[in-house]
Write a protein that binds this ligand. Structure first.
Ligand SMILES: NC(=O)c1ccc[n+]([C@@H]2O[C@H](COP(=O)([O-])OP(=O)(O)OC[C@H]3O[C@@H](n4cnc5c(N)ncnc54)[C@H](O)[C@@H]3O)[C@@H](O)[C@H]2O)c1
Length: 247
């Protein structure tokens, strides 16, 4: 049987890199898609020097044409992939009353348009083949609205959870499931780079389990949701937040 394949967006660093590695360990062919192409290429080479089981793609998630090009390249290279992980995301902290139209659009584009385009392009490809899995990386901010990363980010992630349900309903009968994972603050470079140490200490003290989240556990959940056996998990939002938000 041929290997299963996955495309992970924003895979050059952070959570996306951890997710890509974990899928590779699980036996998948992995396409690391990112605007940071050189970093994605270096990681892909470290996983598969000859490119047989890992490759990098230059992809800007705000562009539907880039998703279409990635789909076509992957069809040529491996006959396609079976799984999409919409992971790329970013924010710029601005108080809600001061967010400009440009800042709002930028954060919505990266965190929400990306999910729309990824689900449209790969959802259609998977549906035409009668099988596929999509995992959208959302955020606790999209559920409780409260976030150090900004109101525009929280709104975009809330939208990503809603799009997850819309696509899950639309694609289910054609063998495609769509789920979201909603992490709380994780032990990742961006968190240490963007949150001052004193503030980070307070963030951690506020988490019921008293620790930042493990990116590798989030990656495990993504692999679980991507499996063929996971057909009955559909339209769900998997909370991985240490007990910060319970419902
Ligand atoms: N860090 C956390 O604690 C945390 C918590 C909840 C959710 N998340 C979500 O997890 C995901 C990954 O976050 P991270 O902490 O690893 O962030 P990160 O900034 O470390 O990595 C983001 C990656 O996305 C890439 N990227 C940015 N804009 C892009 C674009 N337009 N097209 C393609 N790639 C692009 C970057 O180059 C980078 O490789 C995001 O969706 C984020 O919102 C993170």
């Amino acid at each position: 049987m041929s290997k299963r394949g996955v495309i992970v967006t924003g895979a050059a660093r952070g959570l996306g890199a951890v997710v890509a590695r974990r899928f590779h360990e699980a036996g998948y062919r992995v396409a690391l898609a990112d605007i940071a192409f050189d970093d994605a290429s270096a990681l892909a080479k470290s996983l598969s020097a000859d490119g047989d089981t890992a490759c990098a793609l230059r992809l800007d998630v705000t562009s539907k044409a880039d998703f279409e090009q990635a789909r076509d390249e992957l069809i040529q290279r491996w006959g396609g992939v079976d799984v999409l992980v919409n992971n790329a995301g970013a924010s710029k902290v601005v108080p809600v009353m001061e967010i400009t139209a440009e800042q709002f659009d930028q954060v919505i584009d990266i965190n929400l348009r990306s999910v729309l385009f990824g689900c449209q392009v790969f959802g259609q490809f998977f549906a035409d083949r009668g099988a596929g899995r999509i995992v959208n990386i959302a955020s606790l901010a999209g559920q409780n609205g409260g976030s150090a990363t900004g109101a525009h980010y929280a709104a975009a992630k809330g939208g990503a959870i809603t799009l997850t349900k819309v696509f899950a309903r639309d694609l289910a009968a054609r063998g495609v499931t769509v789920n979201a994972i909603s992490p709380g603050p994780m032990d990742l470079p961006i968190v240490h780079e963007s949150v001052p140490p004193e503030k980070l200490k307070a963030v951690i003290e506020n988490i019921p389990v008293g620790q930042l989240g493990s990116p590798s556990y989030v990656a495990d959940v993504a692999v679980l949701l991507a499996s063929v056996d996971a057909y009955f998990a559909n339209g769900a939002c998997w909370d991985v937040n240490g007990g910060l938000f319970m419902r």
